[in-house]
Design a protein around this ligand. Structure first.
Ligand code: 4AD
Ligand code: MG
Length: 482
């Protein structure tokens, strides 16, 4: 007798008829004391179990309730009912863990429509729901596709530190790491906290990006990427920000900004194409969910394309590439700017772009993913390569419909003197990044890289509206439950 996952069994379909099998899973529903819909997480689909109630005692039958976990031994038969090819005629059904029906009523396991907020409150149970199950399976396949992509292209996966002394983005939105007792902080003579007594002998924090270390690795290994957790203490309570998220950061020696844009576009398209191949059921399910949600929205807020259509559109079309300067002209003359509909009006060159501007360009003006490049140096990080105009840097942001910025990256400043100058302007102490400067001292080369926020990609692919629903246990201001 073979133990099957439900996915395997359903894939086998009619070829499994007459086989005696074992399946294990959780009860999704139980009808007429006879039909169990069993799910084990391996796929969106359930297998129908037909219980042989003659062979079961009253107490045994009573234990089969929504949410309880079962082992079923039985034979596969052609299904008499509609909606499935096969079902299992149970010979022996045993319960691992019973779920009390009254208590289940209070949980999201109760089979009815629950709000996403309610699902989040029971994040430990939401793995059992169709929506979250589909999202988590897609997330897994996306991560696998990302590794697969870089491996095939000859990149090396490197692990950059999670605890670090440097602030790559210079935004200062960091969580500090210390083993000091916060009630009793050691002070120096000037009455400042004496970090020389801390665990690492210096001030440390959780990383906001592995880029600087990845650059060092690329200066020897050529093509590398990081894929790890990233932490930002920015107090932005938005549907696009997490305090803990996963970032993929490729870094390539000898690549200029055009190569970098080519890589970003090819990479995103390859991962999406992989998901089309490997997550059909889950994408189909989310596509229907997306359509339903669009229907409930006022007409002017609906998206033109369905979820799958939108993914196909991204796959088929070349991303628009546009300089920041051109974008500002478009935005300045746009309807929402002239009618003062933007929250932040675009008045002059140099303005930082908000997500409303990014989405206007992508969703209204071009109707396509857009790569913006050559941003003003003033609004970008110190490590980006200065252009000859002395006022813009070789930055690029990839903007996606419904999301805004999905990737941020740049060609890096490889000239030691210019880099030092930029650090002075950004108030960054050369002593702290001595090792980063060293990479420009010993065989410096032009190089480029970018960062993709995994959850932003999953948001786009699943059509979900809130980033908190595409990571198992989200971390955001005032929430670190679970
Ligand atoms: O644009 P960011 O800040 O760029 C960097 O960190 C560079 N060091 C990357 C590089 O060039 N190697 O972040 C990169 C991406 C963003 O485009 C976004 O997708 C995601 O990371 N991101 C977040 N995702 C979720 N929550 C947050 N708080 C995020 N902040 C950035
Ligand atoms: Mg950015």
């Amino acid at each position: 007798m073979i133990l099957y996952t439900i996915k395997e069994l359903i894939e086998k379909g009619k070829n499994a008829i007459h086989e005696d099998v074992i399946v294990k899973g959780w009860v999704k529903s139980f009808r007429s004391n006879r039909f169990i819909a069993l799910n084990d997480g391996s796929s969106l689909q359930n297998i129908q179990i037909v219980v042989d109630f003659d062979s079961m005692s009253e107490t045994e039958l009573k234990e089969i309730t929504i949410g309880s976990s079962l082992k079923v031994i039985g034979s596969v038969v052609e299904s008499q009912g509609r909606g499935q090819e096969i079902e299992i005629q149970a010979q022996k059904t045993s319960v691992y863990g019973q779920a009390n029906p009254e208590e289940v009523q209070e949980t999201i396991l109760q089979p009815k429509k629950h709000s996403l907020e309610f699902l989040r409150e029971q994040a430990h149970l939401r793995f059992r729901t169709n929506t979250f199950g589909a999202i988590m399976r897609i997330r897994h396949h996306a991560m696998f596709a990302i590794h697969d992509y870089f491996n095939k292209k000859g990149f090396f996966y490197i692990n950059t530190p999670i605890i670090t002394g440097s602030d790559a983005e210079g935004a200062g939105e960091m969580f500090h790491v210390t083993n000091f007792s916060l009630e009793n902080l050691p002070k120096n003579e000037a009455n400042e906290i004496d970090y020389s007594q801390d665990f690492f002998g210096k001030k440390t924090n959780l990383t906001v990006s592995g880029q600087l270390e990845a650059e060092a690795a690329a200066m020897g290994l050529g093509k590398v990427y990081t894929f790890g957790p990233t932490f930002r203490a920015e107090n932005s309570n938005t549907s696009r920000h997490l305090a803990e998220f996963w970032m993929i950061e490729p870094e390539v020696a000898f690549n200029d900004l055009d190569d970098n844009m080519d890589l970003a576009e090819d990479f995103l398209k390859s991962v999406i194409a992989y998901l089309f191949q490997h997550c059909q059921d889950d994408l189909q399910f989310l596509d229907e969910r997306f359509a339903q949600i669009q229907k409930e929205k006022p007409k002017n807020e609906r998206t033109e394309l369905g979820l799958i259509e939108r993914l196909q559109y991204v796959l088929k079309n070349k991303f628009v590439r546009l300089s920041y300067t051109e974008a500002i002209e478009i935005l300045k003359n746009s309807k929402p700017n002239k009618k003062k509909k933007f929250n932040y009006l675009i008045e002059e060159w140099g303005a930082d772009l908000q997500s409303e501007h990014e989405r206007y360009l992508v969703e209204k003006h071009f109707n396509s993913p857009v790569i913006l490049f050559d941003y003003p140096a003033k609004i970008k990080a110190f490590y980006m390569r200065l252009n000859n105009d002395q006022k813009t840097v070789r930055a690029m942001d990839v903007l996606f419909p419904g999301i805004g910025e999905i990737i941020g990256g740049s060609q890096r400043e490889e000239r030691l003197d210019v880099l030092k100058q930029k650090m002075t302007e950004h108030n960054i102490d050369e002593k702290e990044l001595w090792w980063y400067l060293d990479t420009r001292r010993f065989g410096s080369v032009p190089h480029s890289g970018f960062g993709l926020g995994l959850e932003r990609l999953i948001l786009f692919v699943t059509g979900m509206g809130n980033i908190r629903d595409v990571i198992p246990f989200p971390r955001y201001p005032k929430n670190a439950e679970f």
